[in-house]
Write a protein that binds this ligand. Sequence first.
Ligand code: ADP
Ligand code: MG
Length: 350
Amino acid sequence: FFFLALLGGIGSVWGAVLGAGVVLSLKQFLQDYWLSLMGNTSNIEGVVFALLVVVLLHKARFGLWSFVARLLPSSWVNKPIVVQAEAAPLVKRSLPTRGADLLQVKEVTKRFGGLIANNKMHLTVKAGQITALIGPNGAGKSTLFNCISGVSAATEGEITFLSEPIQNKAPREIAALGISRTFQHVRLNLDMTVLENVALGAHLRGHKNFVQSAWCLDKSEEQQILAEAQRQIQRCGLADYQFMRAGDVAVGQQRIIEIARALCADPILLMLDEPAAGLRHAEKIQLAELLKQLRADGVAVLLVEHDMDFLMSVADHVVVMEFGQWLAAGTPQEIKHNPRALAAYHGAAL
Ligand code: ADP
Ligand code: MG
C-alpha cells in the first residue's frame, strides 16, 4: 500500500487510483513472466518494487500523477476555490469584560537541563489590552510563549487563563480555550494557498470528522470556514493575496498570514512572537493599525517585539525581562524612563 501511494503520488486521490492500477498490473505481469521463465512462483515483485522505490525517490518524488497532471489543462488540476461569502457565520465566543485579568503567569520556571530559560517569571495580561513583552535576545521571551501556549511545559509555576490553570494542558486544549499564537519563525504550508492556510486556523471550530470529510459530507461547514478565512484575510488587509500560493508571498506578508490564521480560531488572547520582524516601514504601520483594530474589537494581544517605536505606539502595558527574569513593568512612558529597563537595552533602543 505504501508503494501504491508513492508510485501514484502521495497527497493526490487520482495518484492513489493510478498507483493502484499500475502496481496491481505490474505485480500480475511480473508473476506471469517469472512463471513462464522459471516454471515456479516467487515473490519477484517484492525485489522489483523495492528497486522502484529507490528510483522513484530519486527521480519522481511526487509520483506518476505529477507527470499526468502536467499534460492536463490546469483548470482540471487546480480547481479554483469558490468561497460563498454568504455562508452562515461560525459561532463566535463571547469576550470577557475589558480590563479583567485574562492571563496570569506566576513564578514560572523553565529549565533546559542546566540552563534556566525562565526564572520565576510573572506577568498579567488584561482583557482587551495590548501587552508587550520585551527584553534582549535570549532573555527567554519565546520560551515563555511556548510555556503559555503549551508547546513545551513549564518546569515549575502556575499559568492561569480566565482563572483556569493551563500549565499542564496540551496545545490544542489551550487553543480551544481561546489562546492563539504565531511563531517567531514563520510556519505555513507553502504549497497551499493563502486562503487554505488561514482556513486551517479554524479547524477547532469545525465539528465534522474525517470520515464525513472523505465522503464530502462537510461541504457546508467547509464553506463556513472558508468564508471565515476570507473575512480574517480581509481584516488583515491581504485580500489581494488570498488565492496565491503561500510560498509565493513575501516573508513580511507571510507573517501577516500567520496572524490571520491565528484570528481564524476566534481567540480571546492573540500571542505574537516578533510579528514586525522583516516588515517594511509602511507594513509596520499597517500592522500597528491592525493591532489597534483588534484591541478595539476586544481581543487581547501579548506581543514580543524589538522595534521600540512600533511597540511604544501600540502597547498599553510593557513587561521587561532579562536573563529569564522579570525586570520591570509599566506603561510605555514609564518603561522609557525606567533606569533598569534602559540598562537592559544599554540605553540604545529606548
Ligand atoms: P528570546 O526569545 O527572548 O530571544 P528564547 O526564549 O528563545 O529567548 O531563549 C532563551 C534561552 O533559552 C536561550 O539561552 C536559548 O538558547 C535557550 N533555549 C531556548 N529553547 C531551548 C531548547 N529547546 N533547548 C535548550 N535551550 C533552549
Ligand atoms: Mg524569541
